[in-house]
Write a protein that binds this ligand. Structure first.
Ligand SMILES: Cc1ncc(COP(=O)(O)O)c(C=O)c1O
Length: 327
């Protein structure tokens, strides 16, 4: 609007992405549970397929997956008309669909394609921001700078509610100049709440005072530890980056058969983990999600890995799981 292009208003996001459940966010989200009954997505919200490396129809070759995503973005932009597309909205790692980690080079390829097509690249770093995957922001891993970035959780480490949107200078200047003497009509009752702002500043000091460094070391230990469980008969895929990880369970490793929905994997895994002293996020398709605090010690990371193995072994003894296991 500030640039006099009000028709450049179409958004593209990625299947299996999660961007919250406000009305605009829910429509960019591509998980059916957040659409049903809410009249979203809106007609300006479009999707392209996920990179989901473990189950991508083009196979698991990173170059092929990147090429397929770039081609899908180009095709969607061509379909909508380049002059109509405002932005591509994406998580550096898709968190709420089971920690789907794109192949190395994916995010850079998508960012470069957006720049070439004159589309804003908006990174949703609500989960990945503030050291969760190692660097301050996951986008840094591939040296890219988004045009806009959304953040929340790690900003205050959850001790006080706060979210923040980062704008690059060119976006800020365009809005500021377009608004002229008018106020920008956007904000919330609790915007810039001083208590949350103080907490965020203290949390940032702790991050930069050693927590990021610890998170990188412990993240490496976590990834190595979980990768060591790959040979377990129930483990189809181990993936993650830094202090964010997932294990996807299957009942047939060759065929990548998911745990049948009627076995209610999420409740089954969560309850068994909880009973064994392990707090995970259990996803409905049978995925363990891990996001331990950046202050974890080596012993705590080792305990997470040991207890995960214990929970996997107990699940293997579960008669209902045994009944659907291959052989
Ligand atoms: C990637 C991502 N974006 C957005 C959100 C939601 O943010 P909010 O609840 O502040 O709208 C979440 C919450 O889990 C998230 O994981």
């Amino acid at each position: 609007h500030s640039k006099g292009q009000p028709n450049k208003d179409q958004y593209i996001s990625v299947e299996q992405g999660y961007h919250g459940s406000t009305s605009a966010g829910a429509g960019l989200t591509a998980l059916p549970a957040f659409h049903d009954g809410f009249g979203v997505p809106f007609n300006w919200q479009h999707k392209i397929p996920s990179h989901y490396l473990y189950r991508n129809p083009v196979g698991s070759d990173p170059a092929a997956v990147i090429a397929a995503s770039v081609a899908a973005l180009r095709a969607k932009v061509a379909e909508l008309g380049q002059e109509r597309v405002a932005a591509f909205y994406v998580e550096p790692i898709q968190g709420s669909s089971g920690v789907l980690v794109p192949p190395k080079g994916w995010i850079k390829a998508m960012r470069d394609t957006c720049a070439e097509l004159d589309i804003l690249f908006i990174a949703d770093e609500v989960i990945t921001g503030f050291g969760r995957t190692g660097p301050m922001f996951a986008c840094e891993e591939e040296g890219i700078v988004p045009d806009m970035m959304t953040t929340a959780k790690g900003l205050t480490s959850g001790y006080s509610p706060m979210g923040a949107v980062f704008l690059s200078d060119h976006v800020y200047q365009t809005i500021a100049e377009g608004a002229g003497p008018k106020a920008v009509g956007h904000g919330f009752t609790y915007s810039a709440h001083p208590v949350s702002a103080v907490v965020a500043l203290e949390v940032l000091k702790l991050y930069e005072g050693g927590l990021f460094e610890n998170g990188i070391k412990m993240g490496d230990r976590l990834q190595k530890g979980l990768a060591g469980l790959s040979d377990h008969p129930l483990v189809g895929d181990v993936r993650g980056r830094g202090m964010l990880a997932a294990i996807e369970l299957v009942t047939d490793k060759d065929k990548k058969t998911p745990v049948p929905a009627e076995l209610q994997a999420a409740t089954r895994l969560f309850d068994r983990a909880w009973d064994n002293g392990l707090i995970i996020r259990a996803f409905p398709q049978g995925v363990f999600g891990f996001a331990p605090p950046l202050c974890c010690t080596a012993d705590e990371i080792d305990a997470i890995v040991d207890r995960t193995k214990q929970v996997l072994d107990l699940t293997l003894e579960d008669p209902e799981i045994r009944a659907v296991l291959r052989g």
